[in-house]
Design a protein around this ligand. Structure first.
Ligand SMILES: *Cc1c(COP(=O)(O)O)cnc(C)c1O
Length: 376
């Protein structure tokens, strides 16, 4: 009997959500409208009443956040090299310099002590990333930002449903950018949102997300800044509303499956496992570090063999500063040894709410078999 292919992730879209999308499609208004506004207010309630603006992507949320805090050419923004390239690219596109610092090998997130040492008089902001939905220490983060007068843009693209010491990520702090990409913990297919501090920031995001057009109460239009095009459609918002209803359930299920991985994974094989955080993390991904020095095959071959066994896996992420774009800025191998070592060895195993415990067992069995068969 061959088992069905198990992808590394898959969204859970229920029939009620599909019906809601159908209703929007039949309504005659499919782009930004009443559903997007409803989604926005539901998100705001979820984030403890903070103002939120729904956007077409998490990348758009980062771009607008950088614009809201007035990042300009010549500015420096401190961030992690172990993230999706959107984190660095948006800083580059704003004309600023991404100042990478190495990660903490235990959490795989930005090392805040190193971040502090990287601050110069040109540093305007810090962009931490909660890799795999494991939150960066918010107490230390905001203490550092406060002491150095920095703005914070939380790249919380992977953090929907995560919390810090009992408070939801997004419900406190400075600017918080989240993503609803298809692979994230809740999705609108493509989408995102930006949590801001006050009505003035919300108004600016609203203006910048749609060409910079400002409408007066009598309907007249004015444009003072060249805005972008980052509005979320009602079709997407209808998906988001259905997802938000189930977010708690999704997160609880992810935690159960992550625990199962810890129960079943053979630690004697020498893989690096993630920190066992069941209080704050949302378990966006379950990522192991392959013991490459103890193996006769490389990561690519492990991925191929898992695929042949009917199991999807992924690499999230290679260290960003090794990409050509960033090498051209003076970065290169050897600068951030922890990020480089993790980026070279990391492997994302399947984890999504619709998985069964038996699927986890199957993944562990396949990984164990491959590593045992190719141990040196
Ligand atoms: C997904 C992701 C983004 C970008 O979000 P999109 O919605 O895909 O634009 C940015 N940063 C991190 C860490 C991500 O995981």
């Amino acid at each position: 009997m061959t088992l069905p292919f198990l992808p590394f992730t898959r969204p859970v879209i229920d029939e009620a959500t599909i019906a809601a999308v159908g209703e929007v499609l039949r309504s005659g208004w499919i782009t930004t409208g009443p559903k997007a506004r409803e989604f926005e207010s539901r998100l705001s309630a979820y984030f403890g009443g903070r103002p939120v603006r729904a956007l077409a992507s998490g990348t758009g949320a980062l771009e607008l956040a950088l614009e809201v805090i007035g990042i300009r050419p010549g500015d420096e923004v401190v961030t992690t090299p172990l993230s999706w390239v959107a984190t660095g690219n948006t800083i580059v596109r704003a004309g600023a310099r991404p100042v990478f610092v190495d990660v903490d090998p235990a959490t795989r997130n930005i090392d805040l002590a190193r971040a502090e040492r990287a601050v110069t008089e040109r540093t305007r902001a810090i962009v931490p990333v909660d890799l795999a939905g494991l939150p960066v220490d918010r107490d230390r983060l905001y203490a550092l930002a406060g002491a150095r007068g920095l703005r914070v843009i939380e790249d919380a693209a992977q953090s929907m449903g995560a919390s810090w010491r009992g408070r939801r990520i997004g419900s406190f702090g400075d600017l918080v950018a989240l993503s609803f990409h298809a692979n994230k913990n809740m999705t609108t297919a493509e989408g995102g949102c930006l949590v801001v501090n006050d009505a003035a920031e919300a108004e600016l995001v609203e203006c910048l997300r749609l060409q910079g057009v400002v409408r007066s109460p009598d309907g007249e239009q004015e444009v003072e800044r060249a805005g972008a095009k980052h509005n979320l459609t009602d079709v997407a918002a209808a998906i988001g509303l259905g997802q938000l209803d189930r977010l708690e359930e999704f997160t609880a299920r992810r935690r159960v499956l992550a625990r199962r991985y810890f129960e079943r994974f053979d630690r004697a094989l020498g893989c690096g496992l993630p920190p066992e955080d069941f209080e704050n993390a949302n378990w966006h991904m379950f990522q192991i570090l392959l013991p490459l020095e103890r193996m006769t095959i490389g990561r690519g071959e492990v991925i191929r063999r898992l695929h042949a066994a009917g199991i999807g896996s992924g690499v999230h992420y290679p260290a960003m500063h090794l990409f050509r774009l960033y090498r051209a800025m003076g970065y290169g191998p050897g600068r951030f040894p922890h990020a480089e070592r993790i980026g070279a060895a990391i492997l994302t195993l399947p984890l999504f709410p619709a998985m069964a415990e038996a699927d986890v067992d199957r993944v562990c069995g396949a990984v164990h078999d491959i590593l045992r068969a190719h141990a040196r």
